[in-house]
Ligand binder design. Structure first.
Ligand code: F6P
Length: 547
């Protein structure tokens, strides 16, 4: 469809919002008692409820028109078909092939990549199983008890999320993650570990990321002090698209596992980047994780737009960000082991859609991706929920919760958790007006004057939107579905905003300037050719560090 069709859809949405704005979400339930049934969609044992948003039928129709006008279904199919959807890097974005259950050919640039993917997967699995069963051991024959993944961004967040989220399924070695350039990260992680029983995986698609290489060198030296230079290589492995660079670093070829050019770092947990999770959880659990993602792939391709979970989540996102004008969204997992999900989604979402130009380089006329933030419930309730309930800014909330936990002895805890989750969503929507608050305070025995004085502070405007993702239990299959749900949501939103969700040029300038300043920082020099603030800070840092 044409730019004109898109513009018409945006304009119609803006008009419709003017009409709808004053209607409260809870009034929409009064008008339609079956709103929950109509505005929630199930995929097996997972339910996405969007009924507590201010979407009505006309808004959804217009948003679906917008998605069609932006070519969402075609764009998804182009992605699944291995077309060059990442035009600024001249690449496909074929992460779904890493979890595709079938052996059907998948082409990139006219080449079938499926056989190569299967062959590499077999190498990764054999290595993971070998570490788990002890046939791949330390130099002295000691079993590997600890694995340290060194990597950052997409080479860190996905496996860290998987290992953390699936803690009840871990039956392999302990897995640790080092990402930060700050030496505190690697030092704290290495301290107390036994180099003879530790495997270090250096994970970097480019194998040029300065933080990762600095941490890898430090870990190498730590290993060499205990094992001798000749013993280190047997305690290292690498995951990279730059296999030559990993070899030059000293990692033996049989321990270098391949990332693919046509899979972006933040979409890469499904392949060799998932090695630490595969070692921790085993290949069966990792297969279930991938199968969950494959189920979401099938769903996003087959379900009609208005019954399609990733599409609906994307349309809600666009509605809130562009039509309602809410600049952020909060991700609130009421699932303690998903405490890394907000951080994971910050990269997936903001590195993908934090763009100011369209895929063809034109300046965007509207906003692209919102600011994503969040924390687990119930902790978040005692931190920033005050602002969510009474602040002047409206923050759409995305709740996630399992129907059941993994702790048979803590059933009461889970009931309490679910009650809190549902109650917060209800409180955000319902609110409590001043008159109701005043009456309540009077019923509690407060005098009329005090009740009137306190009522404004103790009232809630309500009418604040939220979505709820409810699933049976956070098992590997479900985690795979959740991650793939968000991956597709991000790609669909990016398509509607017209940006390329697969590149990340916005991180380059900071990297370049850090590289050029590094020498000055190390030499305790100023940078008179830079701006006066940077120059002044360099001077102060030199004085403080050496004082
Ligand atoms: O932050 C920029 C980025 O390129 C991410 O996209 C990527 O996940 C991360 O750095 C790490 O890159 P690499 O895997 O090449 O070390």
């Amino acid at each position: 469809m044409t730019t004109g069709a898109r513009q018409r859809a945006w304009a119609a949405l803006a008009d419709h919002w003017q009409d709808l704005q004053a209607t409260r979400i809870d009034e929409m339930f009064t008008a339609d008692p079956r709103r929950f049934q109509g505005w929630s969609v199930a995929l097996d044992d997972m339910l996405l409820d969007i009924s507590k948003t201010k979407l009505d039928g006309r808004a959804l129709d217009l948003l679906a028109d917008l998605a069609r006008a932006a070519g969402v279904p075609q764009r998804l199919e182009a992605m699944f078909a291995g077309e060059t959807v990442n035009a600024t890097e001249n690449r496909a974005a074929l992460h779904p092939v890493l979890r595709a259950p079938d052996q059907a050919p998948r082409h990139v640039d006219g080449r079938d990549v499926k056989a190569a993917v299967a062959a590499e997967d077999a190498r990764v699995r054999a290595f993971a199983e070998g570490v788990r069963d002890g046939t791949i051991a330390g130099r002295d024959g000691e079993p590997i008890t600890d694995v340290i993944n060194i990597g950052i961004g997409g080479s860190h967040l996905g496996p860290a999320l998987a290992v953390r989220s699936l803690r009840p399924y871990r039956d392999g070695p302990r897995v640790h993650f080092v990402a930060n350039a700050d030496g505190a990260d690697v030092s704290d992680t290495l301290r107390g570990r036994d180099p003879r029983r530790t495997l270090i995986i250096v994970s970097s698609k480019s194998f040029t990321t300065t933080e990762t290489l600095a941490n890898a060198r430090t870990a190498w030296a730590w290993s060499a002090r205990a094992l001798g230079e000749e013993g280190v290589a047997g305690h290292f492995a690498a995951v990279t698209a730059a296999t030559d660079k990993a070899a030059a670093f000293g990692i033996p070829a049989e321990r270098v596992f391949r990332m693919w050019d046509w899979v972006g770092g933040r979409y890469s947990v499904w392949g060799a980047v998932g090695l630490p999770a595969m070692i921790a959880l085993g290949t069966d659990a990792f297969d279930a994780f991938r199968a969950g993602a494959a189920a979401m792939d099938a769903h996003v391709r087959e379900a009609p737009l208005t019954r399609n979970m990733p599409v609906l989540l994307a349309l809600v996102g666009v509605w809130h960000a562009n039509v309602c004008g809410y600049p952020t969204r909060a991700v609130l997992p009421y699932d303690h082991r998903l405490n890394r999900l907000p951080g994971y989604l910050q990269q997936l979402d903001m590195e993908s859609n934090g763009k100011a130009v369209s895929a063809d380089g034109a300046a965007l006329t509207g906003h692209s991706g919102p600011i994503v933030w969040g924390e687990v419930g119930t902790n978040a309730q005692h931190a920033f929920f005050q602002l969510l309930h009474q602040g002047t800014r409206i923050v759409p909330c995305e709740f996630l919760v399992a129907a059941d936990g993994h702790e048979p002895d803590a059933r009461d805890h889970h009931d309490l958790l679910v009650a809190n989750c549902f109650a917060q969503a209800r409180a955000l929507m319902r609110g409590r007006c001043r008159a109701e608050t005043e009456t309540l305070l009077r019923q509690q025995g407060m005098d009329a004057h005090t009740a009137a004085r306190l009522a404004p502070h103790r009232s809630f405007a309500g009418d604040r939107p939220s979505t709820m993702l409810l699933y049976r239990r956070l098992d590997p299959f479900t985690l795979g579905r959740i991650i793939a749900l968000y991956e597709h949501r991000v790609v669909i939103e990016g398509t509607i905003w017209g940006v390329n969700p697969f590149d990340q040029w916005g991180v380059e300038l900071g990297k370049e300037l850090a590289t050029s300043l590094h020498g000055r920082v190390a030499a305790r020099e100023g940078a008179p050719d830079a701006d006066p603030s940077t120059d002044g800070l360099l001077g102060w840092r030199a004085r403080l560090a050496d004082g």
